[in-house]
Design a protein around this ligand. Structure first.
Ligand SMILES: [Zn+2]
Ligand SMILES: [Zn+2]
Length: 105
């Protein structure tokens, strides 16, 4: 739990564009929390790049439409990016155009 340095109220976590930040009803936002999330984002991108070469060994599944080409089959795998008690992040890679995206469902 975190308290607002401005007014002392309990700050509430808020998800914006996939990033976590802490906000207060007085309008104060914890920018530090945003920066930490950004670093994790970079780490995840590196993990995607590392796995790209061997992704074809992963199962081909029925997926949502690819944002780039509309194809509905993608390779699927999961990566444990954060603490082990949190659910793994699901990744999909379009069979056709090799576009990679994260499945937030
Ligand atoms: Zn406040
Ligand atoms: Zn595609």
């Amino acid at each position: 739990m975190m308290f607002c340095p401005k007014c002392g109220s309990i700050m509430t976590p808020k998800k914006e564009k996939g990033k976590n930040s802490l906000v207060c009803s007085c309008g104060y936002t914890n920018k530090k929390a945003e920066k930490i999330e950004l670093k994790e984002e970079i780490k995840e991108i590196k993990e995607i790049e590392a796995i790209e070469e061997e992704v074809e060994i992963y199962p081909l599944v029925e997926s949502d439409e690819c944002a780039k080409c509309g194809h509905k089959k993608a390779y699927f795998w999961e990566i444990q990016t954060r603490a082990s008690d949190e659910p793994a992040t699901k990744f999909l890679k379009c069979q056709k155009c090799k576009h990679i995206w994260r499945d937030y469902k």
